[in-house]
Design a protein around this ligand. Structure first.
Ligand SMILES: Nc1nc2c(c(=O)[nH]1)N[C@H]1C(S)=C(S)[C@@H](COP(=O)(O)O)O[C@H]1N2
Ligand SMILES: [Mo]
Length: 360
């Protein structure tokens, strides 16, 4: 379905929500198009490239509409390797603490692509964007999400200061291919460093305004509620709104629960830092966190991309638990346990990942 590999873990057929197995993310800095996770809140729109229009309105001197060829001809194009991570990534680990409604995403709601398009800042500048005060840039799309009451088109916003940064793109290519429909084609926003929910697909409207978007996906969900809150009675503004992605790392291979032969064992994973930060170090422990050894970090491909890491450990027969943790360039480190950060919507599980193995 949607050109994805057959072994995707499909959480929902319609709208299509699916993630690859962790092991499928090990190969390559960039995730293949048939492997990249899909997170959809409504039915997937079908907008031919020639019919696509983007209208820019609000606190700009010249409101304007753009076609795809306007974007291609009027602005410099740029390519950028960036990782997207859904705020629900690793929710399964929170559900194991206490039940949460919603898709039990494992480790695969994270993927990396090379995106090509134009800088959102160039488009906003061409419209004479106002820069006085703490403004926000709202994105709107035509897909309708039933989970809002009443159903609502998908939308969200980012602060103008982020929107004017070099890395935020209006993208129409992914890994040198036209942006697939399921990933927001003809054109989507890519907001590196922020949770995936801010990278609005099938974007048709941009509005500059003096407050964050009132859209359900900005005002109400994608907020960290206190553990004792009832998510069904959450009102707009309740909880902590998510923007920057959290420092995280994961073990992609071997899979949790695997049986492996004794001897040298290659462990593979990734680490991802929050907005504007880098990964400084990844540590691996074989004794539940009492002692740690440094993993080998692959070279940084882009400041907005995950850092892949690996470590060869000596696997001796019996049960073996591998635990990992990442540090960022501000010396912040991941929280230890999922129980510490359990929240009613099940967002941002960035606790230390572990893989429980049997060595034979
Ligand atoms: N229009 C629209 N944009 C959207 C969504 C959506 O449902 N509709 N889902 C968001 C969420 S929650 C995530 S994590 C990313 C997922 O992007 P992908 O499906 O290309 O992986 O898209 C974001 N953009
Ligand atoms: Mo998401």
């Amino acid at each position: 379905m949607w050109g994805k590999r057959e072994d995707m873990l499909v959480h929902e057929e319609s709208p299509y929500n699916a993630e690859p197995a962790g092991s499928a993310l090990v190969d390559g800095e960039v995730t293949a198009l048939d492997t990249f996770y899909c997170r959809n809140h409504g039915e997937i729109p079908d907008i031919p490239g020639k019919k696509w229009r983007l209208s820019v309105t609000g606190l700009v001197n010249h409101e304007q509409d753009f076609t795809l060829s306007d974007l291609e001809s009027r602005f410099e194009t740029r390519s950028l390797v960036a990782t997207l991570q859904c705020a629900g990534n690793r929710r399964a680990g929170l559900i194991a603490v206490r039940d949460i409604p919603g898709e039990p995403w494992e480790s695969g709601a994270t993927s990396t692509a090379e995106w090509r398009g134009v800088r959102l800042s160039d488009v906003l500048s061409a419209c004479g964007v106002r820069t006085d005060g703490p403004l926000h840039v709202e994105f709107t799309a035509p897909d309708v999400a039933d989970e809002a009451t009443p159903p609502q088109q998908y939308g969200s916003s980012i602060p103008l200061s982020k929107a004017l940064s070099d890395e935020v793109l209006l993208a129409w290519e992914m890994n040198s291919e036209p942006l697939p429909r399921v990933h927001g084609g003809p054109v989507r926003v890519v907001v590196p460093g922020y949770i995936g929910a801010r990278s609005v697909k099938w974007i048709t409207g941009i509005k500059v305004q003096d407050h964050p978007s009132d859209n359900y996906f900005q005002s109400t969900v994608y907020h960290i509620l206190p553990a004792d809150a009832d998510p069904d009675s959450a009102r707009p503004g309740d909880g902590i709104p998510l923007s920057s992605v959290a420092l995280n790392c994961d073990i992609l291979e071997p899979a949790d629960g695997a049986t492996v032969p004794a001897g040298p064992l290659s462990v593979h994973g990734y680490a991802l830092a929050g907005d504007g930060r880098g990964i400084a170090r990844v540590d691996v422990s074989l004794d539940g966190g009492r002692t740690w050894a440094q993993a080998e970090l692959a070279a940084e491909v882009s400041p907005w991309s995950w850092r892949r890491w690996s470590q060869v450990v000596d696997a001796t027969p019996g049960p073996l638990t591998i635990t990992a943790r990442a540090w960022d360039t501000t010396a912040a480190m991941q929280p230890e346990s999922a129980a510490q950060l359990w929240n009613p919507h099940g967002y941002v599980n960035n606790s230390w990942p572990s893989a429980n193995l049997t060595v034979t």
